[in-house]
Structure formats: C-alpha cells, structure tokens
Ligand binder design. Structure first.
Ligand code: TRP
Length: 318
C-alpha cells in the first residue's frame, strides 16, 4: 500500500478554510497515512513557546475530534523524530543554493523586503527530509506546496546519483481546490482576519456568521444564491437537495439574509456538534492526546531510523 504523508503547520487555530481545503481530505484518506504536526517548520513564523505548544496541541485535538483514528493513521509531532533534523543536514549538503533561491516561500518574502532567517531559507530541505525519511510514496498537497515536493524529488535524485539508490522518490496528489470565502468574501485566511474558526459556536459563531457580507436587498426581494457569501459557505456543508431547497427560498423572495444565516449556523452546529464535544473531552484530558502523539512518534521513528541509517551509510557517516 502506498504510504501517504502530510504535515500540518501549527501556526494558528484552524478554520473552515483549513477544514474544507485539507483536514477533511486527510481524515477521509487516513488508512496507513502518516500525519505530523510540523512544529519545527512553525518556528519560522511562531516565536512564542506557549503559543507554539498550544497550537500543536490544538492541531492534534482537532484531528482526533474530527475522527482521526490512531489505529488507522500515524499521528505525531515532527520534533518527536529529531532524526529528521540530521537528515536535513545530509540533504543540505547536496542541495545547490540556486535550488533554494527559487523556492517561493523564500523568494516572496525577499521580494517584499522582509528579511528571511536561514531557517526559512532551509525550509524546503527540512520538508524534503520529512517526506524522504518515511519512504513516503504520495504527498497530498495544495497548489502552494507542489514546488516543495518537486524540490524534494530534486534533492532525493541528487543524493541517489551521488551516493547510490537511497531514497524513494515521492509523488504528490493535488487536491481539487475548494474555494472557501471568508466573512468579507475574500478567500478565508487567518492572515486576512476574515476566518471562522472550526470550533466557533454559540455567541461567537452567531457574531461571525452575522458579519458575513451580503448585498443590501430587502427581505421581500428575490435573491441570487450564486453571488451570496452565506450561500457559498452553506454549500460546503449541505447535500445537493439541501442546496437546491435553500436556493429556491433565496429566489422566491420573502426570505432574508438573516434567515439564510440561521440556516448556515444550524448546518455548522449539526456538522461539528459531535466533534466539539469530543474536543472538549480531549482538552480535559491532555494526557490522552499526548499518548497518541508519543505512540505515533514511536512508530514513525522506527522507520526514520532505518532510512536515516541508509543515508548515513551511503555517504560514509557510520
Ligand atoms: N509546508 C507545509 C505547509 O505549509 C507543511 C509541511 C511541512 C509538509 N512538512 C511537510 C507538508 C511534509 C507535506 C509534507 O502546508
């Protein structure tokens, strides 16, 4: 069976955009998958220990609450397999500066005049190490991460050419992009401040959904569901039949945006109700989450040691 691997950066609380863009797919394809929380990578943007710890726990609790089953998938913290840092070094020595200079994560920062750390520059090498150290076959990615997998293949190929067959060359599967509008209608993103946190509920959820921008049509006016942000988010949750039913109410008139927002809140509550409950239980019992992560790391680490051993021997470090 092909080994599926992905990393999730703990760079902030997860929102609906993350859910529909990645988390849902990760959980749907969890059999024998490796998912890790990329806390080493997050250090390139998060520089506060308590925040990083909280965010790391939150990713784990969120995945578990949403149905990640540790018997099916391996869930772990990147830093619990420190071998990945050693392999990063071995790979760095076969990686040309030019290869990393063209990496978008670095290039974009530089173009915006933001000074980049060596860590950010080296980010793609750490990511290559993450992928190669588990003999991964397939990396599910969004379009922003394709280049990173290509760089990984370049580094693996280079190492293999220099030292003999050592690494398996991974491929990627590109997920179909799922456009999730934020409350202002732009793409939902934490950095735009227009996001709805995955586990928002009650008053907070009401306030956020209430703030979703709509046009100024009155209650009685017929409305166009296809240009409405509320409808666009509702669609993500609803079946075809439910979508058609709501669209008909929009078009008929006498149905206001306030009503549509209530429908959306009900859908969100229905979809995430059980996961919210489960997440609360996990928050009350952090040791349980920790144990899952440690068990995951033990499984991951056994593979990492084997692959790192192969790489060390190949280049003469034994
Ligand atoms: N760079 C990825 C992101 O920002 C996170 C990541 C780190 C990752 N290592 C990985 C993803 C390895 C896939 C495989 O989303």
């Amino acid at each position: 069976m092909a080994r599926y691997l992905s990393g999730i950066q703990p760079s902030g609380h997860l929102h609906l955009g993350n859910y529909f863009g990645a988390i849902r797919q990760h959980i749907a394809a969890q059999d024998d998958a490796f998912y890790f929380i990329a806390n080493y990578h997050a250090l390139t943007t998060v520089n506060d220990a308590a925040t990083l710890r909280d965010n790391t726990f939150d990713v784990a609790a969120t995945y578990l609450a949403l149905g990640l089953d540790p018997k099916r998938a391996v869930l772990f913290r990147q830093s619990d397999v420190p071998e990945v840092c050693e392999l990063t070094w071995l790979l760095a020595t076969v990686t040309g500066m030019g290869l990393l200079e063209k990496a978008v994560s670095y290039k974009e920062k530089k173009e915006h005049g933001i000074s980049a750390s060596v860590g950010l520059f080296t980010y793609p090498v750490l990511m290559a190490s993450d992928i190669l150290i588990y003999d991964s076959d397939v990396v599910p990615v969004g379009s922003d991460q394709v280049q990173h997998v290509e760089l990984t293949r370049d580094m693996a190929g280079r190492f293999n050419t220099m030292y003999g067959e050592t690494f398996k060359l991974p491929t990627y599967v590109l997920g179909t992009p799922v456009p999730v509008p934020g409350i202002d209608g732009q793409k939902m993103s934490k950095s735009y401040g227009n996001h709805i946190p995955l586990f928002a509920e009650g008053k907070e959820l009401k306030r956020l959904v209430g703030a979703i921008q709509t046009d100024s049509k009155g209650l009685d006016d017929p409305k166009d569901p296809d240009t409405c942000n509320v409808f666009a988010i509702y669609k993500l949750f609803a079946s075809q039949a439910e979508q058609a039913a709501l669209a008909a109410r929009y078009r008929a008139g006498g149905f206001g945006y306030g009503h549509a927002k209530q429908e959306l809140i009900a859908k969100i509550d229905e979809t995430f109700g059980p996961a919210r409950e489960r997440r609360r239980e996990l928050q009350a019992d952090p040791d349980q989450v920790e144990q899952v992560l440690l068990d995951g790391a033990a499984r991951a680490r056994a593979i990492a040691r084997t692959v790192l051993g192969r790489a060390r021997r190949a280049c003469g470090i034994d």
